[in-house]
Design a protein around this ligand. Structure first.
Ligand code: ZN
Ligand code: ZN
Length: 152
């Protein structure tokens, strides 16, 4: 009897191949769109000047009544009749603006009131739109102006 014992020791173990299947959970995050450069905003604020038809009242120009608009136009007209000038240091009395508490600087635009008080043009124009009196002596500016008109 032939010894035909064969050692079949070669283990024919097929190695488990790593499976090729994708793990879908590792997919990159879906692209998130950045917000658009423009955003939905409420109506853009129009650059509307705020007027003060009477003390304590302020509202945009588009909400003024016709009467108030006339009043403001008249007031603006009066303000524009007040003399202006640039500070040149020659007026020794007028040294600072009591509205903003700053000293006048050379070349700044000033506004002269009939009562001889002097202010920055910007400061007093804003003030006069609210109260038509001199912030220093409380003299009504329009009264002085009106007499100036009548006499001229
Ligand atoms: Zn001022
Ligand atoms: Zn004054």
């Amino acid at each position: 009897m032939g010894n035909c014992f064969k050692s079949t020791s070669n283990d024919d173990i097929s190695l488990l191949r790593g499976s090729d299947h994708h793990d879908s959970s590792l997919e990159p995050m879906p692209f998130v769109e950045p917000p658009p450069p423009y955003r939905a905003q409420p109506e853009p604020q129009q650059r509307m000047p705020i007027y003060h038809p009477s003390p304590g009242v302020s509202r945009p120009a588009n909400q003024l009544s016709e009467e108030e608009q006339i009043k403001i136009a008249q007031r603006l007209g009066l303000i524009n009749h007040l003399p202006t000038g640039k500070y040149d240091g020659t007026n020794k009395k007028a040294k600072e603006c009591v509205i903003c508490m700053n000293e006048f600087m050379f070349g700044e635009q000033l506004r002269y009131l009939p009562c001889m008080h002097t202010y920055h043009k910007e400061c007093i124009d804003d003030w006069l739109m609210r109260s038509f009196t001199c912030p220093s002596c409380m003299e009504p500016v329009d009264a002085a102006l009106l007499t100036t008109y009548q006499t001229s």
